[in-house]
Structure formats: C-alpha cells, structure tokens
Design a protein around this ligand. Sequence first.
Ligand code: AMP
Ligand code: ZN
Length: 486
Amino acid sequence: MSFYFYNTYTKKIDEFIPICDNKVSIYSCGPTVYNLAHIGNFRSYIFSDVLRRSLKLAGYDVEHVMNITDVDDKTIKNTCEKNPNPCLDDLRAYTKPFIDDFFADMNILGIDKVEHYPKATETIEPMKEMLNLLLDKEYAYYKDDSVYFSINKFKNYGNLSGIDLSSVKTGLRYNTDEYDKDDIRDFVLWKGEKESEKIAWETSICKGRPGWHLECSAMIRNIFHGTIDIHTGGVDLIFPHHENEIAQSEAAYGEKFVKYWIHCEHLLVDGKKMSKSLGNFYTLRDILDMGFDADAVRYLLLSVHYRQKLNFTLEGLKQTSQTIIRIYNSYNRLADINASNSNEAKEENINEIMSKADIFKKDFLDALKDDLNVSKALSVFHEAIRFTNQFLDEKKNIISSKSKEILTDLFHYMDKLTNILKNSRKITANDKDDIDTELMTLLDKRNEARKSKNYAEADKIRKTLEEKGYKILDSPTGSKLQKINL
Ligand code: AMP
Ligand code: ZN
C-alpha cells in the first residue's frame, strides 16, 4: 500500500509516488532566528518529523532539508538596534544564540536531525544566480533600488493558495518580508541596501539582500537541483510565501518545483493562533520550568492529525503526561520481566504472538500511510499495550525469552514514530502530579476571579503563585505562568 497525502496544490488526497523510486526529497520551512521558537513553531517541526519518520518506517530513504532564515527584516532590524553600523559578523553574532537554542529544543523534543540545515547567509551565490535568471527571462524588474517579481507574468500564480488574481492592482509592490494576508502584489526578490545597514551583497543590478521567498527557493535548488517530492510548512505559509516560491522557482527553471505540498494546521491558545506577535505563546523552557516533561509536549503535539487545529491547554498536557506514564509502565514491566524458558513459559503459542505483533505493526503503518492518521496509529499502539498487559497478567509474569523479544520489538517499532521510550525510566507514576494540578488550578481560579471582576481574590491568588515561584504573564489572548528566576 502506498502513502496518501492531502496535497494543498491539487486540493485532494493524492497517492504518493516519489520521483525517484525509494528516495524521498523533503524541504521544510524552518525558523527565522530572531527569537526563541515557541511550541506552536514546534508543532510544525514535529509534524515534519512525523512525516519523515513515517516514510522511514515504510523503508524510504529520506533526504530532508530544513532552512535557517538568518537574514530577513526582523534579524536585520534587531541587529541594527544593537549595533549602529552592523556588518555580517554582527548579524551572525546576533542570530547564533537563537540558532543554538533552536537545535537544543529540537533535540529535547526528540525531533530527528535532518540531512541539511542550510543558512540563508551561506547560500547567497545560488540566490544571485536565481535572481539573474529571473532578470534574463524578464520575470523580474528593477525599481526604486530593489528587484521585484512581476506576478502577472507567471500564468500559474495563485494555483496553490487559490488567491483571486482579479483584485491585483498592477504596479503595487511589497519590499518587506511581512505581508498583509490576501493582499497580492509584486514581491521583492532583492531588497536594496539601506544607508544604515551594512548587511548587503552586490549583484549584477543592485546591492542589497535577498527577499525571504527567494531564500527558500534558492536553498532548495542548491541542494536538490530539480523538482522535489514534498514541501512542508504551517498553513500560514501557503500565501504568500509558498505561492511566491513556486512562481520564482518555476519561472527561473521552467520545471515543476514541488510534487506534494503538505501543510500543518496551527496550535491555538483560546481559539487563536499561538504566535509571537499575539504574546500568547509558551516556549519549551516555560513548559519544562512548570515541571512538565518534554516527551509529554512531543506526544501532545504529534497526537492530533496535522490538518486539525490543536487547542493547547495545560490540562491537556497533564492528561498527555498520564498517557505517557501508562506507556512507560507497560514497557518497563515488560523490560523488567525475567523471561525464562520454564515449562509454564513453553506453553505459549509463539506463532500466535508473532502474528498478532505483525498485525499491530501493519495496522500502525497503514494508519500512517493514510494521510498520516496519527490518532489511529496511536490507538493501535494503545491496543498493543493492552494486549501486552493482558498477556503478562495471564502468564503471571512468566514468559519465554522469545515472547519478550517479539513484544519488546513491537514497542520499539511503534516508538520509531513516538520516540519517547528512551526516557521510560525518567518518570514514575507519582512524579509531578501534585505540582502541575495545583498550579493549573490556581491559574484557572485566578482567571475566573478576574472574569467575574473579583480583583481582590485574583490578586490574592497571584501572590500565592508568586510565593510558589511563578509569575503570571497576561496578554490580550490569555495568561500563562513563568518560573521566577531567583
Ligand atoms: P516563523 O518562525 O514564524 O517563520 O515560523 C516557523 C514555522 O512555524 C512556520 O512553518 C510556521 O508556519 C510555523 N508556525 C508558527 N506559528 C505556529 C502555530 N501557532 N502553530 C503551528 N505552526 C506554527
Ligand atoms: Zn520557506
């Protein structure tokens, strides 16, 4: 059975047929490194991890790229704030801690390392090459010190996002990396150098820096040299970022850019997208400081289908922590059993256990092949856990080495997706329960008190939380706790 994915480009579930037999090329839009990533960003990276792991589980050889956007409006603006006359080294010094934190968090979240992490500042030559091609082919034009892509010249513009081109006002241009949604304009390919910024590269036509869209297209071309199988990102990137990537790549090279576009829905807080600009975000550090485990964050973020919005709550995270503990308990019980080949153990029907394990594996992988139906796959995992527990109960913990091996292998097979068992000894059933519940209940009560304008009570709870070492951070879209660093 093949994989089937919902392809944003065709707007239907398509059978996945890779360009090259058993090899799959994937590009995932990575972080812009001007801030610590939040767990909303990590939902998107965990989704691409699920995709990658599922393909690998099915035996595909995956070559995966995730870019690091280390030059754009925001990184330059922040570097300029710190240095009056910044140069490229200042930009690198500014972005480095965020890049380091990003990789540290990816590692803590058990996200598989991909094959390439290109940085925009290290891919300037391929960007210039693409710019020159677009100028030669007259898809690009120079105006007011910058170079723009003329979207009217690209006949397939809008095919990915379905944006209505009839509202295009010709001659309007964006020369920033930040866009008003649904406003269609010619977009900047190379942004002319500003007086105050020394972070610029010379091209055949003007000195400046690459636009964000051009960066991704060029990094893809530089590594894969042609059409790629899969491109991923959050749904907010469909327009304009991915629409523009298609336009410039296909215009420059005259061949299909991407076969399958797969987009991940957002992580929400109180119904709104978790985002830096709304201030309603949690970083991984915030969550770990509250006493939660990174595996619970990982499991929660991967457990909801990528095309469904996921509303993040601390209560949901707590429930997930308990789910993980159930998995650990079963796995540890199996691992701790002293398997023997005594007479009782020999009564087992090994073939039956083997065929049961094979069915679990098949059902698990089939669910993933069905447009990454993770909820179904995880329900198979839990069925396998129930089966294991029952088997151990029935056998009164006396099982043969062979059965132990088959069942342990089954856990490991499914954990190729979840990647949490390596920490199975870390959490015990009674750990953390109290602190999480207490803090969350206090925060909820305080918010209730505020809603009903009982400010005295709200203040009292705030003080109690502070005494426990947490401060409340309020934003227009909700509140969260942050550990006070003493
Ligand atoms: P940014 O650093 O804002 O460019 O975002 C990096 C990646 O995170 C992109 O693929 C975004 O689509 C994704 N992203 C940002 N916010 C969220 C969210 N709340 N839920 C899921 N993905 C998100
Ligand atoms: Zn991108």
